[in-house]
Design a protein around this ligand. Structure first.
Ligand SMILES: O=P(O)(O)OC[C@H]1O[C@H](OP(=O)(O)OP(=O)(O)O)[C@H](O)[C@@H]1O
Ligand SMILES: O=c1[nH]c(=O)c2nc[nH]c2[nH]1
Ligand SMILES: [Mg+2]
Length: 168
């Protein structure tokens, strides 16, 4: 994220499932892959949905973390590397691999993963403009100043009415 993300884009479980399945439909029309590399943790849920739809059973993870504080990106840390077995599939350049994450924001996470698997297909459910050039396929674009609220990070809460309460 480059500046403050003032707008909110809340996503329900139902909506997320629909969007992740739409991603799977789009990917099904593009190609086939031997394995998914899931960018944890955000990529875990969409990877499960895409793997089910595309019948991919080899699932590997790469662990990258950078948003240690809410909405603030720090240094990127690769917490877990991709296994050599998956990097080595089909010549070792990543062409047999589908990388899945929940979203691309600044594109920094995607850049690190791409350096490891240069020819892999990078898919996210959501994309912001800065990170968009880093992904091959995504479903919904939101503006850079929007924060996406995922269902696993949120819960039901009281919403104040839009209109101000009348003066008494
Ligand atoms: O394009 P970028 O600006 O690099 O941001 C995108 C990344 O940020 C989030 O992960 P986060 O680092 O918060 O870790 P998490 O997936 O474990 O929640 C999200 O899941 C993406 O992986
Ligand atoms: O939950 C999240 N929503 C976002 O919009 C975002 N951008 C980077 N990392 C993010 N995590
Ligand atoms: Mg992530």
């Amino acid at each position: 994220m480059s500046g403050p993300a003032d707008k909110a884009f809340p996503v329900s479980w139902d909506q997320f499932h629909r969007d992740a399945r739409a991603l799977a439909w789009r990917l099904a029309g593009i190609g086939t892959w031997q394995a998914i590399v899931c960018v944890t943790r955000g990529g875990l849920v969409p990877s499960a949905i895409v793997a089910r739809e595309l019948n991919i059973r080899v699932i590997e993870t790469i662990g990258v973390a950078s948003y240690h504080d809410y909405k603030t990106q720090g240094d990127l840390q690769v917490i877990k590397e991709v296994s050599p077995q998956v990097v080595g599939l089909d010549g070792g350049d990543g062409s047999a691999v589908l990388i899945v994450d929940d979203l691309v924001d600044t594109g920094k996470t995607a850049k690190i993963v791409r350096n490891i698997l240069p020819k892999a297909h990078f898919a996210t459910v959501y994309a912001k403009p800065m990170g968009r050039p880093m992904v091959d396929t995504f479903i919904t674009e939101v503006s850079q100043d929007t924060w996406i609220y995922f269902p696993w990070d949120t819960g039901l809460a009281f919403q104040p009415p839009i209109a101000e309460p009348p003066n008494r």
